[in-house]
Design a protein around this ligand. Structure first.
Ligand code: GLU
Length: 516
């Protein structure tokens, strides 16, 4: 394939960008980069009723977050009139390309491939009621019925003239031929064919003069010289209408690749509702807010329907670009294995430096405080801004958490003394002879110089005590852990003590001895 590969991601700004939308963008991006082609972003905003103000901005931010920078498209979402674009095929908002859709619609009418229809909603409904039968529960506006309706195929010249003068509202409909089979070769699914029998005379231009998705999509893919349309399987059923449009407009259709549906782990399509039920974030914004590692998300999405052909799972973006091919995209639904996504996140997080993660934690705390706290104590405040301390927290918990915010949940006790102690662990580990042993340990470590308050030394002292008393390690370790962290399990105890520091540890032991 030559360098003139041009693909596009063409979201409709009807809501926040869905994680499935990001996969579509990623596959387009990988395909473009693999072939040294161009990745275009086009905003399909002709549906005024479903337009969501913040969606355009969200699309740009989400793509930028994922590192999928379009070569052409909107640069920033500004005031409607003042869009900034990159590329020579703009404007890249369909709302700013209106004139050309109307022009092509009338070209289709003139050539006899489309017609003006004046039917009201009620008239269409009454046609359906009239013709509805058990075999045909939902009669279409098509070759069978169009001659019974009010359109430029059935009305006389004077009637049409009158409607025109009245300024009557009309739509332009595609004249779908009867009894034809529309075929094309899908790069993922192989040969695909549809009977025109099943197709409605698709509305191309609406009463408000704006195009429907189908017309605008075809006009722009042609106008922007798109060579490959890569999109979700939910658009497959639209493809035959598009093929007809290309034919009637005298254009070569682009190659098409329909990506497999994204399925829920429990079966069925991963709908918004289903995802929510299963605790899977749906919008890219949720992944951004929960501080998912973007490289982990991209890696996971790359494998959601595509495979490199061997058992590699961890792939860099460069490797994905090098190895990507539409031929290795699967036909059957791709299961969104959320546990696997967490695994990817762990892998990528562990590969990053403690300092880097600490800086992110600091920012996270600045943004939303500590989990479950309305305000920070003085100690929490101080520790939350101490990057060395935060890096210590990261180091101790890195192997135990899957997502960045979990450092703050699993590590709450690092920031301030626990408010209560885990009952089960207290019952199990805090016995009659415990206080004496804990006191002994406290007294021994109280005498350590700051520089000697280190994990190895703290461990040595504990070993000495348990050996002298002839008891197991756990007899002292478990109560110490409960006293200092409030919980029965956690990261390495001695490293934890070292990080907390002598004064803090002594104080916590004192409190526990009083309370327990
Ligand atoms: N605007 C459509 C969407 O929201 C684009 C479908 C296509 O890629 O043709 O996904």
């Amino acid at each position: 394939m030559s360098s003139k590969v041009r693909v596009r991601f063409a979201p409709s700004p009807t809501g926040l960008l869905h994680i499935g939308g990001l996969r579509t963008a990623l596959y387009n991006y990988l395909f473009a980069r693999h072939h040294g082609g161009t990745f275009v972003l086009r905003i399909e905003d002709t549906d005024q009723a479903r337009y969501v103000e913040e969606a355009g901005q969200d699309i740009l931010e989400s793509l930028a977050w994922a590192g999928l920078h379009p070569d052409e498209g909107p640069v920033a979402v500004r005031d409607e009139q003042e869009q900034e674009y990159k590329g020579n095929y703009g404007p890249y908002h369909q709302s700013r390309r209106r004139d050309r859709y109307a022009m092509y619609a009338s070209q289709l009418v003139d050539a006899g491939y489309a017609y003006y229809a004046y039917d009201t909603v009620e008239e269409i409904e009454s046609m359906r009621d009239r013709l509805r039968t058990a075999e045909n529960p939902n009669p279409k506006y098509d070759a069978q019925t169009r001659m019974q309706m009010r359109n430029s195929l059935t009305l006389s010249e004077p009637e049409l003239q009158e409607l025109l003068e009245e300024g009557a509202e009309y739509v332009v409909r595609l004249k779908v031929p009867a009894g034809e089979t529309v075929q094309f070769e899908d790069l993922v699914r192989g040969p695909v064919s549809f009977e025109t029998e099943g197709l409605d005379d698709q509305v191309l231009l609406k009463g408000d003069g704006l195009p429907t998705y189908h017309l605008a999509n075809v006009v722009d893919d042609h106008g922007m010289e798109i060579t490959h349309v890569i999109r979700g399987e939910e658009w497959l059923s639209s493809a035959p209408k598009h093929i007809l449009l290309y034919r009637y407009l005298g254009w070569e259709p682009p190659a098409m690749a329909h990506l497999p549906l994204i399925m829920s782990p429990s079966g069925g399509k991963l709908s918004k509702r289903k995802a929510e039920e299963e605790g899977i974030p749906v919008n890219v914004r949720d992944y951004r807010r929960e501080r998912y590692d973007r490289d982990a998300v991209v890696n996971f999405l790359a494998l959601l329907g595509w495979s490199p052909g061997d058992d590699r799972e961890l792939l860099t973006l460069e490797e994905m670009i090098r190895d990507f091919s539409v031929e290795r995209v699967g036909k059957s639904g791709a299961i969104f294995d959320f546990k696997k996504l967490l695994w990817f996140n762990e892998q990528y997080m562990r590969n990053r430096s403690d300092a880097e993660l600490a800086a992110e934690l600091e920012e996270l705390i600045r943004e939303r405080g500590l989990p479950g706290k309305d305000s920070l104590t003085e100690m929490e405040q101080q520790r939350a801004t101490d990057t060395d301390f935060l890096a210590g927290v990261v180091r101790l918990l890195k192997e135990r958490v899957s997502l960045l915010p979990e450092f703050l949940e699993a590590g709450a006790f690092f920031f301030d003394a626990p408010v209560d102690f885990d009952e089960k662990s207290v019952r199990k580990g805090w016995k009659e002879d415990t206080p004496a042993r804990v006191s002994l340990y406290r007294d021994r470590i109280a005498g350590l110089e700051d520089a000697a308050f280190r994990a190895d030394e703290l461990k040595r002292i504990l070993t000495e005590i348990v050996e002298a008393e002839g008891v197991g390690f756990g007899k002292l370790m478990m109560p110490l852990r409960v006293a200092v962290t409030g919980a029965g399990s956690g990261p390495d105890l001695f490293e934890t003590l070292e990080l907390l520091g002598r004064d803090e540890v002594l104080q916590r032991l004192g409190t526990a001895l009083e309370k327990l």
